[in-house]
Design a protein around this ligand. Structure first.
Ligand code: FES
Length: 179
């Protein structure tokens, strides 16, 4: 059956600014990779940047980095798993990655940070005691126009407030209780 979508076609300027992956965070990562001339010697720096931008190093990200640096995936995995400061996935069922880059910080990310930590009773970089929510802090995730921004289970959510952030987290907690 043909799909019936009512969403308007993407604005061409908007589309041109978007990374081909549809995730602008890759643009920031590309900048770091280019700065290091796509050199495999910069693997650790690139992994650091990727973790700062995305919060953790998921599979697709490691594959992307391996291709960009022209390194065998096994080498990228080897390095990412060897160092304890790299995290391959958030341990919680849900992930709330809060951007603490300059634009988001200026627009109130620090208040969200404080309120979310208080509500979840855990710090960013940790997972709630029930294993439901991982709080991750990232640097600029490439959507500054929407600041303050969080990546909520992989989806960018912009113009957040402390209240709207807590609503999302409470929704996850409610779902868990009614299960
Ligand atoms: S500073 Fe948060 S998206 Fe750029």
């Amino acid at each position: 059956m043909a799909s019936t979508t009512t969403s308007r076609p993407p604005d061409s300027r908007e589309a041109a600014q978007r990374h081909p992956s549809g995730d602008n965070r890759f643009k920031l990562l590309d900048r770091t990779i280019t700065k290091h001339h796509n050199s495999g010697d910069a693997l650790i720096e690139v992994l650091h940047a990727a973790q700062g931008i995305f919060g953790y190093l998921e599979n697709d990200l490691l594959i992307y980095i391996a291709r960009a640096l022209r390194l065998p995936l096994s080498r990228v995995y080897g390095v990412a798993t060897f160092y304890h400061f790299f995290s391959l996935k958030p341990s919680g069922k849900h992930t709330f990655v809060l951007c603490m880059g300059t634009a988001c910080y200026v627009k109130g990310a620090a208040v969200i940070h404080k309120e979310v930590e208080h509500h979840c009773q855990c710090k960013f970089g940790e997972t709630t005691a029930d294993g439901n929510v991982s709080l991750v802090q990232a640097r600029c995730v490439g959507s500054c126009g929407l600041a303050p921004v969080a990546v909520v289970d992989g989806q960018v959510a912009g113009k957040l407030t402390a209240a709207s952030s807590l609503d999302r987290i409470k929704q996850w907690q409610d779902e868990e209780v009614t299960r």
